[in-house]
Ligand binder design. Structure first.
Ligand code: IBG
Length: 251
């Protein structure tokens, strides 16, 4: 899907204007050693990247595209392999493609299981969640007359296809985490997904007691707890009024 971009301050730590930040980023690169996340100032495709970094306890900086020109600057500067964001500067690379970025972070911070078989399970769970998340991502951009039907489909898929699978995994596996006995990216992505579905339907977990306790447990892991607190880089749900600017940036 194509939208427009925006460039704004991430952690709200800087008093410089957005355009100064954007221009500065082109010139300076990243002196802090922290990953730098280039995206618009909404959840979109960057949010799971922030979740993984936060879960791993990694601090990062954000550069928000605010105009199509901001996106264009990254393109003409040769920073975007496929002319698209998300883009993450990390370990001397300018990574694009959300899944590649997530795979790298998960591998680097040992969130992919202890062996190939754990990794295979984690990948299956994560890909299932990615399918559901893709539906959620596109919901905000559906025309008004299709929104109700689209939401019904999301809730149907969440509560009749995906949540039952993860409820059963937790039951059969019998540990605190989806795979092995240690936090993996699957746990992090599942918590993110649960919270998004609950924004649509607060009682979405009513029939899933193990997912309820999973949610409480994972939310309480210190790095994740911090990310869930107000003032963190986590983004709120997209607002209708933000859509025209996104369309302007990416169209
Ligand atoms: N497969 C790529 C990935 O996962 O990184 C897709 C990237 C992508 O589509 N990026 C969009 C883009 O750069 C921005 S995300 N478009 C410009 C172009 O020329 O293709 C847009 C988006 C939002 C919210 I914001 C939900 C879904 C998509």
């Amino acid at each position: 899907m194509c939208f427009r971009g925006v460039c704004r301050d991430v952690n709200a730590q800087s008093s410089r204007s957005n355009s100064e930040q954007t221009a500065g980023n082109q010139i300076r690169g990243n002196m802090s050693g922290k990953p730098v996340l280039h995206y618009v100032s909404v959840r979109g495709r960057m949010e799971p990247v922030k979740w993984l970094l936060a879960a791993a306890g990694v601090e990062f900086e954000e550069r928000f595209l605010e105009t199509k020109d901001d996106l264009q600057k990254l393109r003409t500067g040769g920073s975007l392999l496929f002319q698209q964001v998300p883009m993450v500067e990390i370990d001397g690379m300018k990574m694009v493609q959300t899944r590649a970025i997530l795979n790298y972070i998960a591998a680097k911070y040992n969130l992919c299981g202890k062996d190939l078989k754990e990794r295979a399970l984690i990948d299956m769970y994560v890909e299932g969640m990615a399918d559901l998340n893709e539906l959620i991502l596109h919901h905000d951009f559906k025309p008004a007359d299709k929104k109700e039907e689209d939401l019904a489909n999301i809730l149907d898929k969440a509560t009749n296809r995906y949540f039952p699978v993860f409820e059963k995994v937790l039951k059969d596996h019998g540990h605190d985490f989806l795979v092995g006995n240690k936090l993996s990216r699957a746990d992090v992505h599942l918590l993110e997904t649960i919270l998004m579905v609950e924004e649509f339907k607060p009682d979405a977990l009513a029939k899933f007691p193990l997912l309820q306790s999973f949610k409480a447990r994972i939310s309480n892991i210190p790095n994740i707890k911090k990310f869930l607190q107000p003032g963190s880089p986590r983004k709120p749900p997209l607002q209708e009024k933000e859509i025209p600017n996104l369309m302007a940036i990416f169209s």
